[in-house]
Design a protein around this ligand. Structure first.
Ligand SMILES: [Zn+2]
Length: 913
């Protein structure tokens, strides 16, 4: 029976059907499930927890990157027969979700304050039920083979229990406290925000220079500059460097706050940079993080001058009630009138803006809940330092240490409604807090029933910090938690190493006593084709959903995976994706050809199937042609390389090599030769088909983690066709789907491989040289030309490949003469030199002797350049460090070029003579 595939690969029709097939057959679930009988706890699983996307999210390239990369790792391990689990889920994303619902309420003419907390939460859950699965649907489109039966949401009952347990434990240990501290305040959202929610923009501002008058003097002053004059209202000191001769005399004296007239000390602190600006600083501990630290060192008063909407409060005297920017103008005018202004200068500086609302963030003193972070950070630093967790690439370890060693207490409270509400009840009678695992009915300190739960919710990162273990059932000792935790790999962008990854390490060690994962793989960010950051304002954002619609998921995945190296940014263009769409089509066409040929096997010659099962040994067989041996040897090299590269997390390079093999070696060379071998019929055709099947099968397995859809579809057709053919023995052990087919095992190099590869490479170079010359001389493809070949010890080998060579180089087979030696250069011939081989083509009437000399000289120069390069390489430490077979390969190449150069010199001499 003959199987025919559609002419072109229809990804639109295929992707959904294949995904459904995988999911319905349970292939995404781990083997050796600890919840099922027969579980073997000693088998080590491979586990990834997905970085949970925001439930409000719409698929962007960042998601596409991590989903593709993690799916590749998961599929690879699954095919290796390892129990493999990828836990999916979403994050409730406090601010983002709350804003969505607030927007909807505004459209209805109401607000969250108007409908109240309870109704607001009901509405938000409703929103989540309606829209919350959009992002996971889009992740499915990417082919993500997550175990959806284990999907989690950070506000699920189980995860909420984990959050509560974590909070209570930290509180009981004295690691959670409540107090006034400097935090990032969003006046638009009226909540504290994390550093991650603050974006710094380079903006044009003004640097305002003014006089800080010294109290008790006529006209002495210290010049000071600021970008935010309104904060003068909150100044509590002026600081200078202790050794600054200009200002030393003022240290210990008092300065006078402009307009307000408050007297504040002039202090000495080595933090002040004498070279920068005026060399003196105004200190506003209530509204600047650096000043806050200086203030703490000098025990300075802290004055807050802003209210929650960033208007000036009562501390601002005559400016009370003014918006912060109006106050800036008014105060500066008043100071100018008072003769305190020195000058203004344009100034470019970094302005902190709210990621969500866009307004300028104010550092403010606010009473919030904090986690004492040092006791958590220390073991987390040790885990990486002692190699219990590895960061890939290694250079990020330094960044990690630097950040963790300078980490500040973590503000975990947010003035929002959507999130995990802080499990602390305030007592109206004694003022203490009660923090318990179950909701209390009375104060734990005085027994009063007048208690009220804190209105704030926890920072989203508090719950996502528990993600690797809360998703597996912690704090319960579930079978999943016992078997799958600690997880194996944390794969994410380097931009959230601190915000998320470091918190998971700290919380994992604190609550489970174990590192939450063994390895952290950091991928880079995706930039446009010119290396520019993608952003809406540049108009260079690529929408992955549109790309998938137009070019297919596999093409997008392959482009992202092959373009990335650990920790480095990559540039992406739709053109590259188009190139890989062409690769998917190339795969399809090659597969289509092979499948059609298998179908024709049985009846080509005799009309009945070959009797024998075609299970040839998977090593060199005397029945193989040189091309058969060569493609098999090349495939073995590829399998070995891919295994090594995967082991080093060089997934991009592995993908590139598979691509090169398939397109170059297999499709461009072997298929062309195979067509002629198949045409011979009989045993030759059968052996060729056998090789085609084995190479295609292995290639599809290697490619599957990169391009899962097209490989699964093609492999399914291949399997059916093989099972229906005289080669059915080949597919006897194949499972019903590629996703669970065993990963190709690398085999040690066998003795015959190198010789066959070298011989075939010589044939390839001869073909290329003849083709190039034909193109140069504009010889029509239909014109068959004679050739005389002098090949030394390779003569017998080339004689055996004569028909292949003739076919590929379009020589006239009947007029190809191969010998070991030539007495002299034949008259009227053009000569080509490839290592030990000289090819003479009777094209002299097409050739001008001067031109011919120039061509030979150019080739000689190229050969000499290669000789110089290889001699240098082999004299370098490379010769000792590289594996011996690699070094030998380079030596062989050098010898080849030396032979080429020698022959070319000879030819040039003869040409002159
Ligand atoms: Zn009380």
């Amino acid at each position: 029976m003959t199987h025919t595939l559609p002419k072109t690969y229809n990804f639109k029709e295929t992707e959904q059907r294949i995904y459904k097939m995988w999911e319905e057959n349970g292939y995404f679930k781990p083997i050796n499930d600890p919840n099922e009988p027969g579980h073997d706890p000693t088998k080590k699983p491979f586990v990834i927890s997905i970085p949970p996307p925001n439930v409000t999210g719409k698929l962007h390239l960042g998601h596409t990157m991590f989903v593709s990369m993690e799916d590749l790792m998961i599929r690879y391990h699954r095919m290796k027969g390892i129990p493999t689990l990828w836990v999916p889920g979403t994050d409730h994303a406090g601010i983002a979700t709350q804003l969505q619902v607030e927007r909807a309420l505004r459209a209805e003419g109401t607000s969250r304050e108007e409908i109240g907390r309870e109704e607001f939460l009901r509405r938000t859950w409703e929103w989540k039920r309606e829209h919350g699965s959009m992002i996971t649907e889009q992740i499915r489109r990417l082919g993500a083979s997550c175990d959806w039966s284990r999907e989690r949401f950070t506000l699920d009952e189980g995860l909420s229990k984990a959050v509560r347990e974590a909070f209570v434990r930290l509180y009981e240990k004295g690691l959670i406290y409540r107090g006034p501290r400097l935090i990032n305040w969003s006046p638009g959202l009226k909540t504290a925000v994390s550093d991650l929610e603050v974006e710094y923009h380079e903006e044009q501002g003004t640097l305002y220079y003014f006089k800080y008058r010294i109290a008790g003097t006529e006209d002495a002053y210290i010049p000071v500059a600021t970008t935010r004059p309104e904060t003068i209202l909150g100044d509590t000191a002026v600081a200078v460097h202790p050794e600054d001769e200009r200002y030393q005399k003022f240290i210990g004296k008092k300065a006078v706050v402009p307009i307000l007239g408050r007297k504040i000390p002039v202090i000495a602190d080595e933090y002040v940079d004498r070279e920068f600006g005026t060399g003196a600083l105004k200190i506003t501990p209530g509204h600047d993080p650096n000043d806050y630290e200086i203030g703490a060192r000098h025990n300075l008063e802290i004055i807050s001058i802003l209210d929650k909407e960033a208007r000036i409060n009562a501390s601002g005297g005559p400016y009370e009630g003014l918006d912060r920017f109006d106050a800036r103008k008014k105060l500066w005018e008043d100071m100018r009138a008072a003769g305190l202004v020195i000058k203004e200068e344009p100034y470019i500086h970094q302005v902190p803006r709210s990621q969500r609302g866009g307004e300028i963030i104010e550092p403010m003193i606010s009473t919030q809940w904090f986690v004492k972070i040092k006791p958590l950070a220390e073991p987390a630093i040790a885990a990486v330092r002692e190699g219990r967790i590895r960061i890939i690439p290694r250079r990020f370890e330094k960044v990690y240490f630097n950040w963790m060693e300078n980490i500040r207490d973590w503000c975990i409270s947010r003035q929002l409604w959507w999130g995990h509400r802080i499990p602390a009840w305030h007592c109206a009678d004694c003022g203490e807090y009660t923090v318990t695992r179950e909701d209390p009915t009375e104060c734990a300190h005085c027994g009063s029933p007048n208690i009220e739960q804190d209105p704030d919710v926890l920072d989203t990162w508090f719950s996502s910090g528990l993600w690797p273990f809360s998703t597996l059932g912690w704090p319960e000792e579930t079978p999943d938690y016992r078997y799958f935790y600690p997880t194996t790999m944390m794969e994410t962008g380097y931009d959230i190493l601190f915000f998320w990854v470091s918190r998971m390490i700290m919380m994992g060690l604190e609550f489970t006593g174990k590192e939450p994962f063994r390895e952290i793989y950091l991928h880079g960010l995706i930039r446009d084709e010119h290396g520019k950051k993608m952003s809406k304002s540049y108009g260079n954002v690529i929408d992955p959903l549109i790309v998938m619609d137009e070019l297919g998921t596999d093409a997008l995945r392959f482009t992202m995976l092959v373009g990335s190296t650990p920790g480095n940014d990559m540039s992406l263009s739709v053109k590259k994706v188009e190139g890989n769409r062409n690769f998917a089509n190339k795969l399809w066409n090659a597969g289509r050809f092979v499948i059609a040929e298998i179908g024709g096997l049985g009846n080509r010659e005799t009309g009945k199937p070959e009797p024998q099962s075609a299970n040839l040994p998977a090593t060199n067989s005397p029945d193989w042609t040189l091309a058969d041996s060569w493609i098999w040897a090349r495939l073995q090299v590829l399998v070995r390389n891919v295994e090594r590269l995967f082991g080093n997390h060089q997934y991009g390079e592995a993908g590139r090599q598979i691509y090169e093999f398939f397109w170059g070696d297999f499709a461009d060379w072997y298929l062309e030769i195979a067509k002629r071998q198949l045409a011979e019929g009989g045993e030759r055709a059968r052996i060729t088909a056998d090789t085609l099947v084995r190479v295609l099968d292995t290639s599809l397995r290697l490619l599957h983690p990169f391009t899962p859809f097209v490989t699964e579809e093609l492999w399914g057709h291949l399997r059916t066709a093989v099972l229906d053919s005289p080669l059915s023995g080949l597919a006897k052990t194949w499972p019903e789907a590629l996703i669970i087919a065993p990963w190709p095992k690398p085999r040690p190099e066998e003795n015959w491989e190198r010789a066959k590869t070298t011989d075939f490479a010589l044939i390839q170079e001869m073909v290329r040289a003849i083709r190039n010359l034909r193109a140069e001389k504009s010889i029509k493809p239909s014109q068959r030309i004679p050739a005389v070949i002098a090949a030394g010890e390779k003569a017998a080998m080339i004689e055996a490949q004569k028909s292949t060579l003739a076919a590929l180089a379009r020589l006239d087979g009947a007029q190809v003469s191969i010998r070991e030696q030539m007495e002299a250069r034949p008259e009227g011939h053009v000569a080509l030199v490839i290592g030990p081989v000289e090819i003479f083509l009777p094209l002299a009437d097409l050739v001008d002797p001067a031109e011919e000399r120039a061509r030979l000289k150019k080739e000689l120069a190229e050969a000499e350049a290669q000789i110089a390069r290889l001699e240098k390489l082999l004299a370098s430490p490379f010769a000792e460090k590289a594996p011996s077979h690699v070094v030998q390969g380079e030596r062989d190449r050098l010898a080849g070029y030396q032979q080429t150069a020698e022959k070319l010199r000879q030819q040039l001499k003869e040409l002159v003579g």
